[in-house]
Write a protein that binds this ligand. Sequence first.
Ligand SMILES: [Zn+2]
Ligand SMILES: [Zn+2]
Length: 350
Amino acid sequence: MKACVLNSYNQFDWMEVQDPSIKNDEVLIRTSFASICGSDQHIFSGEFHPRTQLPLIPGHEFAGRIIETGADVRNFSPGDRVAIDPIIWCGKCPACEIHHYPACTSLRLLGVDLHGGFGEYVVARPNMLYKLTPNITDQQGALVEVLGIGFHACNRAGIKPGDSVAIWGTGKVGHCILQAVKTKTDGQVFLIDLIDERLQKARKGYPDVTTINPLREDPLAVIREKTNGRGVDVAFEAAGHDTSGGATLNPVRGCIQVIRGAGKLCVLGLGDDPAPILFKELIWKEANIIASRVSHGEFSEVIKHLDQGNLKPDLLVSDVFTADQVQEAFELLETSPEKHLKILLSFQDL
Ligand SMILES: [Zn+2]
Ligand SMILES: [Zn+2]
């Protein structure tokens, strides 16, 4: 088969590799579309070294069609279109013992710790597969995983109907949180980002949200005014770091300041720098900080909402490249991140 192989950091090659083969409890999938994740960009540039072992076929957000099933596989047949949950948990650690799989201390992902979906074929186990309904296109199937991140964050934060929400950072993850939030509450939603293009994109899909660029407006003042001094029920931190170089409020501290008393802060941004938290701001509110990582069974919830037309997956896609253009796609994401949310790689008709 052919695959996008990361042979050295910053260098993909579209090349012939050995065909994968399946065991009795596995299925072979022909990839249709894969989506490029922020984590893939970190893998590409070497920031995941030494966790990532090269050469690697990345790809943990993808969909495809089953072409072969092992002798012991039930419930799936060749021809089924599926989205693939890339998570493999150990089943033995203290988190796994209480079925809290996203916190598995030996968590492995297809496309990060072993070869993933950036190839024409990929092997997976049936417990990782979710059937797509006829209403869901192959392209949309490749977005189930990342939309699941948004739903998992909402479920971790316990979003209820009527809740008001602030989302700090409207890149890929922040945007998926927005889509999930809008299925769960009709309360006020505030989006905070330094990049106007991203805020515009969100407003295009959801005209009723309030967008705030901290380079021009104080998020705290705007949210206070629009909530009559109350603050929001839940704030999501999906920025990861302060890219203004200290010119604006740090995202984590901002989230603490904009929630109401006894509100919740859900953190997802994977920044490397410590966040400047003033604990008394948190203590006075007796607020909760909740962390959210990957997803845990939210694939079914996403597929239900995609099937019913409750999400706007196409809003996430800024471009589709054929898989042999993988190097070009990654370079584009590096050089003009403000213009792009998701770039999809097509493995069809190659
Ligand atoms: Zn991802
Ligand atoms: Zn575990």
